[in-house]
Design a protein around this ligand. Structure first.
Ligand code: MRU
Length: 358
């Protein structure tokens, strides 16, 4: 299965090459495939803020490479480079608030910096750390895909209609995706009849990115308006909702793209199973519950315009871009450390003590 899954890795959104970070510009997909190159941490912070790169694990990976770019510049400038680097950590941490992978990756880079020994080459050590973060996310995707598809096979078998939200695929990770990794594996096993992709207003990660990724793999995919999801659960034989996550609190509450919460409520009502797929770097045991998760609000113009064309005016718009799904609406949380059924504090604590499965 691992070999088949590796062969399914076609799309990439992040490349570290020739001492620069290269990002596939997700603002213009699917009609334009434009790669942008970054040589400074400031520019990467802006790329994260403006969603050139997006998706929780991908943001963390980009930030890790940005620290390498920052270190190179600070070393070249001379003086107290450790002190100067603090400004780069801060700028990157301020780029987006909800996905904890950003802060997790920055912490890992800082911890590695703190463990430097005399004679170490700081740049080489931190570059290896960033590459390690990237590579381990890719590995985590493979493990989660296998665990997730086992659940689908065990709990339903045969041909499934799956529904997903936002984009939790290759574009959002270092590998072939979290939720879309499971969906890709299910397709390889012949378990997928059709995937319904919520369009995911207002940024359209579903219709622009998820549909593009799945269609590119020959997986039958249909785009639907977010507001059609409950109706589709009732009329289209949907058996699983499979989504990613941006931050998971210690009690198992899950922050993900706005609209996920109402999907979970509808899934519970219709007896549709609800699976969250996320690496342990998305779990924030420092936060007791989802109420503590900072929810990003973006500009109202994202709602009041379509492709820059105004569709409403003279009114305020409220644009929270994440919501929190309570743990008791989640059937399975799939991580690279294992699966948690009906997450709660005790199960999450136990999970975090485990080693990765790969
Ligand atoms: O605003 P975005 O596009 O960065 O939001 C992304 C999501 O909500 C994804 O579902 C989540 O990050 C999981 S990605 C593997």
């Amino acid at each position: 299965m691992r070999e088949q899954l590796l062969a399914a890795e076609k799309v990439k959104a992040i490349e570290w090459r020739d001492g620069a970070l290269h990002l596939l510009d997700q603002r213009v997909l699917p009609f334009e495939e434009t790669w942008l190159s970054y040589a400074s941490a400031d520019a990467v912070a802006e790329a994260i803020r403006s969603m050139v790169v997006r998706g929780a694990p991908a943001i963390g990976i980009a930030a890790a490479y940005a620290i390498v770019l920052a270190l190179r510049a600070r070393l070249a400038a001379g003086g107290d480079w450790r002190l100067a680097l603090e400004a780069d950590f801060k700028r990157l941490a301020d780029s987006r608030p909800t996905a904890v992978n950003l802060f997790w990756a920055l912490n890992r880079m800082r911890e590695r910096l703190d463990r430097l020994k005399d004679g170490d080459d700081p740049l080489a050590v931190l570059e290896a750390e960033a590459v390690g973060i990237h590579q381990s996310d890719r590995e985590a995707n493979l493990t989660m895909a296998q665990l997730g598809v086992d659940l689908i096979r065990k709990h339903q078998g045969n041909l499934q209609n799956l529904l997903t939200h936002c984009n939790a695929g290759a574009l959002a990770t270092g590998g072939f995706g979290t939720a879309l990794g499971v969906i890709r594996a299910a397709h390889l096993e012949g378990l997928v009849e059709r995937v319904y992709a919520d369009e995911t207003r207002p940024w359209l990660q579903g219709s622009r990115l998820t549909a593009w990724e799945l269609a590119g793999d020959g997986i039958p995919v249909t785009v639907n308006a977010d507001s059609a999801a409950a109706h589709l659960m009732k009329t289209r034989g949907i058996t699983w909702v499979v989504v990613g996550a941006d931050r998971i609190a210690a009690n198992g509450d899950v922050a993900n793209k706005i609209g996920t919460y109402q999907l979970a409520v509808s899934a519970m009502h219709h007896g549709v199973r609800f699976m969250v797929v996320a690496p342990s770097s998305t779990i924030d045991m420092a936060l007791g519950s989802g109420e503590d998760i900072p929810i990003e609000e973006r500009g109202g113009d994202e709602l009041l315009t379509l492709n820059g064309v105004p569709v409403a005016g003279g009114v305020e718009a409220l644009n929270p871009v994440f919501d929190v799904t309570p743990a008791d609406l989640i059937d399975f949380l799939v991580t690279e450390k294992g699966v948690v059924e009906r997450p709660d504090l005790a199960k999450m604590t136990q999970l975090m003590c485990r080693k990765r499965l790969h």
